[in-house]
Design a protein around this ligand. Sequence first.
Ligand SMILES: Cc1cc2nc3c(=O)[nH]c(=O)nc-3n(C[C@H](O)[C@H](O)[C@H](O)COP(=O)(O)OP(=O)(O)OC[C@H]3O[C@@H](n4cnc5c(N)ncnc54)[C@H](O)[C@@H]3O)c2cc1C
Length: 464
Amino acid sequence: MHSKLELTRETKYANSESDPCVVIVGGGFAGLAAAKALKKAAVRIILIDRTNHHLFQPLLYQVATAVLAPGQISSPIREILRSQKNTTVIMGEVTGVDKDQRCVFVKSPDRENVPVKYDYLILATGVRHSYFGHDQFEKFAPGLKSLANAVEIRNKVLRAFEQAETEEDVRRHRDLLTFVLIGGGPTGVEMAAAIAVLVRNSLRSEFRRIDPTSARIVLLDAAPRLLGSFSESLSQAAKKRLERLGVEVRPGHAADQIDEKGVIVAGERIASKTVIWTAGVAPSPAGKWLDAETDRAGRVRVQRDLRVPGHPEIFVIGDTASLDQDGKPLPGVAQVAMQQGRYVGKLIRRRIAGKNGQRPFRYFDKGNMAVVGKGFAVIQSGKLQMSGFLAWLAWAAVHLEFLAQPGLRISVFVQWIWTFVTGQRGSRLIVDHTGPGSAKSRPAMAASTAPSSQPPGTAVVSSK
Ligand SMILES: Cc1cc2nc3c(=O)[nH]c(=O)nc-3n(C[C@H](O)[C@H](O)[C@H](O)COP(=O)(O)OP(=O)(O)OC[C@H]3O[C@@H](n4cnc5c(N)ncnc54)[C@H](O)[C@@H]3O)c2cc1C
């Protein structure tokens, strides 16, 4: 076991070793916003994330449907914070918290349970998929939460068409070319529409033995209507748009069974080789680490200043936290996470400067949006409700604004224009990390001495 001293000895901070140490777990929207808000504070920050990158989850579906490459929606956390001299970034997985000793335990590739001491702790570990007690579904219906998930889904979707093109038995085309999405929230709606556009715009003229436009896309949701967080009329507008794109929308239907043959819903089997889970999420284990009170969904109940009750030095923010505002729980969206991150950063800064008292956290809701295929989105912001092309332009502008770095904004903007005009996708490769030619399939020596197939400077898990 390594001590705190061993970890900090090699660390070159701009600030003094005696400055309070803020440990932030999670480099997502909430953790990153907190770190940036502490840029000028007299603190030492250690930001720990199990990946090396900050991921812009709202555009994950565009990686899964081959519009964008993984490297266009994610950036190395280290690069984003490179000019922030009071911050050290560590890639490792936090496995627990000792509140009495004030340390978190980190698992890194070479060491287990490395204790990292804190004076202030900010937990911003997001959520994971929830299969509502049916974890056996995961094997057949991947969810969309990480870049690896998005690439897996992209591989599955593209491979289905390749397989159908070579398949002699035309009866098998039906299950190969049937795509089922489970969950009619924004992610399910955006994915279903994007697959429909992929099929009808990009793939239609490229195959000789199959007709890609014969693909069947089914969107299931247990709730009576899609996009439950939007008004009834916007939900109807989204449904109509999906149906015009050829998506079969089936609200009020939960999947009873998912297996290698497809889905069983209301007693009917839908044969499919590609089932995608866009339904539930479950919080990270932060509540267990802290032994703190959680809500029904397992998120840590925090006070109005986002502290954990009884622990003025521990904050939980973003999707991992549960806080009611005006009698309703705050939604798990990026805006809540970023605003909470900034709030906690400011609160710690004030406390260190000896200033007490900060107003309780209040979320400023800028609205909800979801895109439904090419040139169409729905937006709800206060009393404003909008659907169509103008809403889509607003959606595009907001998403570009919130990408982590200027380089990504330019790259995504250019790609969107190109795809809009030509229908061509940015990253339509099937990348099999375990197949022939991959590092995993080569003998160990060859793998370690072979030149990398990644271009220099590619620092996220895969940029293909
Ligand atoms: C597919 C998809 C689409 C979405 N679309 C939208 C949208 O259009 N608009 C919107 O507002 N919101 C959207 N959201 C929700 C939004 O992305 C989340 O609300 C937001 O990411 C929450 O931020 P966070 O910082 O709490 O968590 P995250 O952004 O999930 O970050 C958590 C971080 O913690 C790290 N981590 C987790 N566990 C550990 C551990 N044990 N040790 C170390 N590191 C750990 C993770 O690697 C990750 O980097 C979408 C989410 C998904 C999945």
